[in-house]
Design a protein. Structure first.
Length: 395
């Protein structure tokens, strides 16, 4: 059996909304349906019935995104009922995992045309109540927020594995000696790059505003922030001398992203020039509390499988869960030119809607390679509970 080339024909995303912001009134299944519909509309020569499957990443899935949000998105987008959908969960890597699984299906001939993406509404993530172990409990019951992080943790898990995500970032700062000042400088650069990219129209080819939402660009970008403003923020996880703050961490967000993946036959049917070709991917595991360093080995493995090195990269989209986490990864890749990392800003500024972020990164790399005309690009994320995921694209 021959392995087929897999092409990214198009990639779209919503502007990323902030927690309780402009997209908070939109259901996650509607956000997902919006980017699926936009993707199909942008390739009018392609019969929507030719879509073999829809893959969507979703990290929480506890609210309106329950019951297989990928299938719901396909139906709500008006695709034929014959188009199936599957939802995948690799926490923060879910959107990229969806792209990888869809690419794998196309490469193996199980699909010729696939849609892959991700969605998250952290604003609308519900509280959940566990069932009591016995009937008619007399005491109060606890509601658990499903917005972010550990909940209903198995008591058999070692305590060092289940620290808050921000404490994990503090551990990486300790490990690599990353100061508060460096984290704040990294955050400021993220905001400035993101604002500049929007001012230059660099996101125009990929962003499809959500209808009835007054949001034309990523809502969490702060054009007016400064080192002085960031320095005034108090540590969020270690009050007595920590370095991780709300200002040098990614915020809570809402959004969706989707990509159109095809083989040679599907490419002919779209009548379009591809943005990029998918080359290789890799996933690895690390100690759960050091989840932020998950991409380190995943990136090396993905590049090795592609026969490429850091010197071959034109662009690298690394998810910025925390400035300390991103800086920790960069410290372990001394041969990487940091100037090519997140040239249009990263998640500290743009936002991190968990299940959507990986698809956003892959789409951004594809659009950047198309704009450059050639080159190799890479998308990677750290993942809670200690994993890393990476994807290599080429044009």
């Amino acid at each position: 059996m021959s392995i087929r080339d897999v092409y990214i024909v198009d990639a779209v995303r919503t502007p990323i909304g902030k927690f309780g912001g402009a997209l908070s009134s939109a259901r996650p299944d509607d956000l997902a349906a919006h980017v699926v519909r936009a993707l199909v509309d942008r390739s009018p020569a392609l019969d929507p019935a030719r879509v073999d499957d829809v893959y969507f990443g979703d990290a929480n899935g506890a609210g309106e995104d329950n019951r297989d949000v990928a299938r719901m998105a396909a139906l709500l987008a008006g695709l034929p009922v014959t188009v199936p959908g599957v939802t995948v969960n690799r926490l923060c890597g879910s959107g990229l995992e969806a792209v990888i699984q869809a690419a794998r299906a196309v490469a193996l001939g199980d699909a010729s045309v696939a849609i892959a993406g991700g969605v998250e509404s952290m604003s609308r993530a519900p509280w959940v109540l566990q069932k009591p172990e016995r009937a008619f409990p007399a005491g109060h019951q606890q509601l658990h927020s499903t917005t972010l992080g550990w909940r209903m943790t198995n008591p058999r898990m070692p305590a060092e594995w289940t620290v808050p995500l921000g404490e994990g970032a503090e551990l990486i700062a300790d490990k690599h000696g990353i100061t508060r000042e460096r984290q704040d400088a990294f955050a400021l650069a993220s905001h400035r790059k993101a604002a500049e990219a929007w001012a230059k129209g660099l996101h125009d080819d990929e962003v499809v505003p959500y209808p009835d939402a007054d949001l034309t660009r990523d809502e969490s970008i702060r054009d007016d922030t400064s080192i002085e403003a960031l320095a005034r923020l108090k540590p969020s996880f270690r009050p007595g001398g920590g370095t991780v703050t709300a200002g040098n961490s990614s915020p809570l967000n809402d959004g969706a992203a989707a990509l159109l993946l095809v083989d040679e036959e599907g490419l002919r049917e779209t009548g379009r020039e591809p943005l990029a070709r998918i080359r290789t991917s890799a996933v690895t595991g690390v100690e759960p509390q050091l989840f932020g360093l998950g991409p380190v080995e995943a990136v090396r493995r993905a590049l090795g499988k592609a026969g490429r090195s850091f010197a071959d990269l034109r662009t690298f989209e690394l998810n910025e869960a925390f400035a300390a986490q991103a800086l920790g990864c960069l410290a372990e890749w001394p041969e990487l030119d940091p100037e090519i990392v997140n040239p249009r800003g990263g998640a500290v500024a743009i936002g991190h809607p968990l299940g959507a972020s990986g698809a956003r990164l892959a789409g951004s790399v594809a659009h950047q390679l198309a704009a450059a005309g050639s080159g190799t690009g890479l998308a990677a994320l750290c993942i809670g509970v200690g994993q890393g995921l990476a994807l290599v694209l080429e044009r």
